[in-house]
Design a protein around this ligand. Structure first.
Ligand code: ATP
Length: 294
């Protein structure tokens, strides 16, 4: 669906993309991960055909350098934040449908897809941040493009709105849309992504399955959990069954957790009705063997 070969982009003397190559199959949900300035937005802007680049880029079989408009028509784009005129939701989407030359009959369908039907008569200024972002998604879906490109779409949302938004995008992916998104949030990369491309200084540093990301980048932390002596064995059993990496240590046990799932072991123990006496999250990269041994 998307192939990039030796993609490079210079801003003056700065090299934002440096011979970047990757390909994305139809139906995938691919995350772009990387520090600020790693090149995520530049990559997405190349896909959208809104900036020049060196190298080869094909979107839905179309050469972006040769026919950026046709390539762009295959993509629905959702930025971090969209500014709308303060009109009712329904009118806003009819306005976008006219702009994009999409059929007005699509409006009802996209409202359903993003669960905004019940809010269609509200003015945009009355919507929550999460609803506004779903409205932007609805606008991107009007022309029913095969690909959705989302640039840190949940960066400004609270946790619940973030979850709702990601669930909506997941459903779109399951219905066949190819998704490319950038994110700084490990939990959403794991929830939504089928693969993650890690960019560093405009180059592809590594690609992996999202659950492997934390381990490969050293993003793990250790959670130390204290339970009463009689609960020690059942605790180890639960952690083992759930596939955690852990180390018993005196009255406590160290469990390796990802940044996006810091308290997940506590939930597992709660579900198994094992009372936790205390816990502590150990920040930094320290090995638990360097900790206190009491
Ligand atoms: P962020 O997470 O902060 O959005 P990013 O991974 O999206 O970062 P890019 O915005 O693609 O990174 O930027 C890649 C590099 O290109 C950075 O060094 C940035 O300073 C530079 N850059 C991006 N846009 C421009 C521009 N319009 N003019 C000059 N330099 C730019």
């Amino acid at each position: 669906m998307i192939t990039a070969k030796n993609l490079s982009k210079r801003y003056g003397r700065a090299l934002a993309l440096d011979n970047l190559s990757f390909s994305i199959e139809a139906g995938e949900a691919v995350a772009l991960w990387g520090a600020n300035g790693a090149g995520k937005t530049t990559t997405l802007r190349c896909l959208l055909g809104v900036q020049g680049f060196e190298g080869e880029l094909r979107v839905n079989g179309i050469d972006v350098a040769q026919n950026s408009k046709a390539a762009r028509a295959a993509i629905g784009y959702v930025p971090q934040e969209t500014r709308f005129y303060d009109m009712p939701v329904l009118e806003t989407l009819h306005f976008y449908a006219r702009l994009k030359k999409a059929s007005a009959a699509r409006v009802g369908a996209v409202l359903e897809q993003v669960q905004l039907t019940a809010h269609q008569n509200k003015r945009v200024s009355m919507l929550s941040g999460g609803m506004k972002q779903r409205l932007a998604l609805a606008a991107a879906l009007l022309s029913d493009p095969p690909i959705l490109v989302l640039d840190e779409p949940t960066a400004n949302l609270d946790v619940q709105a973030q979850r709702d938004f990601i669930q909506t995008v997941q459903a779109l992916n399951q219905s066949g849309k190819t998704i490319v998104f950038s994110s700084h949030r490990l939990d959403e990369v794991i929830a939504l992504g089928s693969r993650v491309l890690v960019l560093s200084e405009g180059r592809l540093q590594l690609e992996c399955a999202p659950p492997e990301l934390a381990g490969k980048l050293g993003l793990h932390r250790w959670l130390r959990i204290w339970v009463a002596a009689q609960h020690k064995e059942p605790t180890l059993q639960v952690l083992n069954e759930q596939g955690y990496t852990f180390m018993p240590n005196g009255r406590s046990v160290y469990v390796q957790v990802s940044l996006g799932g810091k308290i997940a072991p506590l939930r597992s123990l709660e579900q198994a009705r094992i009372p936790v006496e205390d816990f502590d999250l150990i920040e930094g990269e320290m090995s638990p063997l360097e900790g206190n041994h009491d």
